[in-house]
Design a protein around this ligand. Structure first.
Ligand SMILES: NC(=O)c1ccc[n+]([C@@H]2O[C@H](COP(=O)([O-])OP(=O)(O)OC[C@H]3O[C@@H](n4cnc5c(N)ncnc54)[C@H](O)[C@@H]3O)[C@@H](O)[C@H]2O)c1
Length: 345
């Protein structure tokens, strides 16, 4: 079988650690080129990873390479243009999270994938963890009863990223909510089966990033720190259910990092990482299910599900429609925090 031609757009951290290594070990694929903004960096990336060609102009790349598959690994604000161009050029697309900067962009991307009949997947890799699969299945079987409260936490105590564009509001679209909160929000919504969202209310803070210069994730310029350093939101779901989100790059909490979701049902409760289900029996906390270690292979599983779809097999992906829904919630949380009032969807 002829190998599928893969092109990577944006040769940075995630391309190097996840996308390129995956394609290079899968026998059906060949990474033929990389597109970067800076020629010297794109060339260095190509040489380091034995990728035959590099480009700085995407149009020239499409004309010369005619790829089957494109991985979009640029900063957030460039996802939209890169995804739309890849779909227009007849490629299946795996786009890094978050889908885009706005829900209007995410909606267009979803519509374009349908129009061109191509696979569009977002790398919300946490939902591919075995832990998430188990809790989703147990919740669907009724073990938790009616899940009326869900709590999502994506918290770092001292983890403002000191590289890339993570503190630049225009290029990233925001801070911890759009960068890490979005991961746990997607995992929780996936477990819940993507219930309709009625109303969101949020409050955000910028108390630390503009004052400090360094933390455990490197150094930054406090004068150019433009994003929130924490955000707290209430998301009212259909059926009167509540999803609460807490997310931070920097916050004076006890732990260095918390990335988890907790589901509170009227029969039992569950946490995702590692999967754990518990209930109260006569006043005693009883474990109904427990996994001792969280699944660490979810990036590989996310990549594998995408390529399976490209090869015509069916596998669950975070698709264009779900990407749009997550983007719409993120946008509404920011809108609510900025306006100081609730936003109805
Ligand atoms: N799934 C995950 O767990 C995960 C982890 C890290 C990053 N990400 C996402 O991946 C994306 C990239 O993050 P990163 O950490 O790799 O950033 P990075 O800064 O390390 O890499 C981005 C690369 O894109 C290049 N670039 C910038 N604009 C471009 C353009 N218009 N065309 C082509 N290349 C361009 C930059 O020169 C850089 O090499 C972000 O959207 C981020 O949210 C996802």
């Amino acid at each position: 079988m002829e190998k599928k031609k893969v092109v990577i757009i944006g040769g940075g951290n995630i391309a190097e650690t996840v996308h390129v290594p995956y394609y290079q070990t899968a026998k059906e694929f060949e990474v033929v080129a990389i597109v970067g903004r800076n020629a010297a960096r794109a060339q260095a990336f190509a040489e380091k990873h034995a990728i035959p060609r590099f480009y700085t102009d995407a149009d020239k790349m499409y004309a010369a390479e005619k790829p089957d598959i494109v991985s979009v690994c640029t900063p957030n604000s460039f996802h939209y243009a890169s995804v739309m161009k890849a779909l227009e050029n007849g490629c299946h697309v795996l786009c890094e999270k978050p889908p885009a900067i706005s829900s209007a962009e995410a909606w267009d991307m979803h519509q374009a994938a349908k129009k061109y009949n191509k696979v569009l997947a977002y790398n919300f890799h946490n939902r591919f963890a075995e832990d998430v699969k188990i809790i989703r299945e147990k919740a669907a079987s009724g073990m938790l009863g009616d899940i009326y409260v869900t709590k999502v936490q994506a918290l770092r105590r001292n983890g403002i990223p000191g590289w890339g564009y993570f503190t630049n509001k225009e290029l990233q679209g925001g801070g911890p909510l759009i960068d890490i909160g979005v991961h746990m929000l997607d995992a929780a919504m996936y477990v819940l089966g993507f219930p309709a969202v009625k109303k969101v209310t949020a409050k955000q803070f910028q108390k630390i990033g503009t004052k400090k210069t360094s933390g455990s994730f490197g150094e930054w310029d406090p004068e150019k720190y433009e994003v929130e350093d924490s955000l707290f939101g209430f998301i009212e779901l259909e059926g009167g259910h509540l999803l609460q989100i807490e997310t931070s790059f920097a916050l004076n909490i006890k732990e260095d990092s918390i990335m988890n979701a907790e589901f509170m049902g009227d029969q039992a409760g569950a946490t995702l990482f590692p999967a754990h289900i518990y209930t109260d029996e006569g006043g005693e906390l009883v474990t109904l299910y427990q996994k001792t270690k969280a699944d660490q292979n979810c990036q590989l599983k996310s990549m594998a599900a995408f390529v399976d779809n490209c090869l015509g097999k069916e596998a669950m992906i975070a698709d264009g429609e779900q990407g749009y829904i997550i983007q719409r919630i993120v946008e509404a949380l920011y809108e609510s925090a900025e306006k100081g009032e609730s936003v109805s969807l």
